[in-house]
Ligand binder design. Structure first.
Ligand SMILES: *[C@@H]1O[C@H](CO)[C@@H](O)[C@H](O)[C@H]1NC(C)=O
Length: 97
């Protein structure tokens, strides 16, 4: 299941413009490539700009890494808002060789 193959770590970094800043690290723990990764980010907002090539709010969730494969290096970004967002995997396309 998708839920088990991603490790998603959120932690509080500091306060940015009066909001807690959250760091998100997404690691693909599957031995396969995963692309078109969508996380649940219901209500996502940030007072800091988040690079849309790392996280882009789209229909049905947040598209990670512009849909490009996640494999090896972790995807990291930060956002600042007064609450955390779930960032739970909803779907991805898995390619195993
Ligand atoms: C996303 O998370 C929210 C809040 O936890 C939940 O209500 C909603 O059902 C989730 N959506 C999906 C597609 O999993």
């Amino acid at each position: 299941m998708t839920n088990n193959i991603f490790s998603i770590v959120l932690f509080l970094v500091l306060i940015s413009q009066g909001n807690p800043e959250w760091s998100v690290t997404i690691t693909n723990k599957c031995p396969c490539i995963q692309k078109n990764v969508i996380l649940n980010c219901t209500g996502f907002q940030s007072v800091e700009r988040v690079n849309p090539s790392l996280l882009r709010v789209s229909r049905g969730g947040c598209l990670i890494n512009a849909g490009q494969p996640i494999y090896g290096d972790a995807i990291k970004f930060k956002y600042a808002w007064n609450q955390q967002f779930p960032m739970k995997p909803i779907s991805s396309d898995i390619f195993c060789s």
